[in-house]
Write a protein that binds this ligand. Structure first.
Ligand code: S3P
Length: 187
């Protein structure tokens, strides 16, 4: 298959969406279909600091985490022909959103609260969804936390070039829809 060109840009595709929306699962599959490379910003953060996301939040708080995240995003944005899986909050910094929009195409994997809860409950690797002692929240508190964050973030997610629903469907069908949309850009 000849490589897809996204025109004018560095052939970068950024995937955004709430925690548990499937970005990290979908990104390598999409990259492979396009013959592109794949970068997961959270993995890059952990590799470059030698610390887990939880440790970074514990030591430096969300502000410290966002600074590291921004610098890794800046590095990733220099690549070409790459699918970049963002963290769920990366686009909430205006400078990040501007950088993403001026360097590539932004796709929002939109899901619903119930699917998010199913995917994240019992997990302890997302500090924003834990209580102050690092313990999992009750389902009611988790739902309220997610709803609040979603409300704050939705205006940022809505800046995406493509918004695609991911709940109640297979990864393969979501990837197929994204590929069809990318092909429609070639015309
Ligand atoms: C965050 C999402 C996480 C990770 C960090 C903060 C967020 O990534 O970057 O815990 O602010 O939504 P995933 O969306 O890959 O879980």
């Amino acid at each position: 298959m000849s490589k897809i060109s996204l025109q004018n840009k560095q052939n970068l595709i950024f995937l955004t969406g709430f925690m548990g929306s499937g970005k990290s699962t979908l990104a390598p599959i999409l990259a492979q279909k396009l013959g592109y490379n794949f970068i997961d910003i959270d993995e890059e953060i952990e590799k470059s600091t030698g610390k887990s996301i939880n440790e970074i939040f514990m030591e430096s708080g969300e502000t410290g985490f966002r600074k590291i995240e921004q610098s890794l995003l800046q590095n990733a944005s220099k690549q070409s022909e790459c699918v970049i899986s963002l963290g769920g909050g990366t686009i909430t910094q205006v400078e990040n959103l501007q950088l993403i929009k001026s360097n590539g195409i932004l796709i929002y994997l939109k899901t619903n609260v119930d699917s998010i809860i199913e995917r994240v409950k019992q997990k302890t690797d997302r500090p924003l969804l834990l209580d102050i002692h690092g313990e999992v929240l009750s389902e009611e508190d988790l739902r309220n936390r997610i709803l609040k964050l979603l409300e704050q973030r939705e205006p940022f997610y809505q800046q995406a070039d493509l918004i695609i629903q991911t709940y109640n469907r297979t990864i393969a069908s979501t990837v197929e829809e994204i590929l069809q949309w990318i092909h429609s850009l070639q015309k």
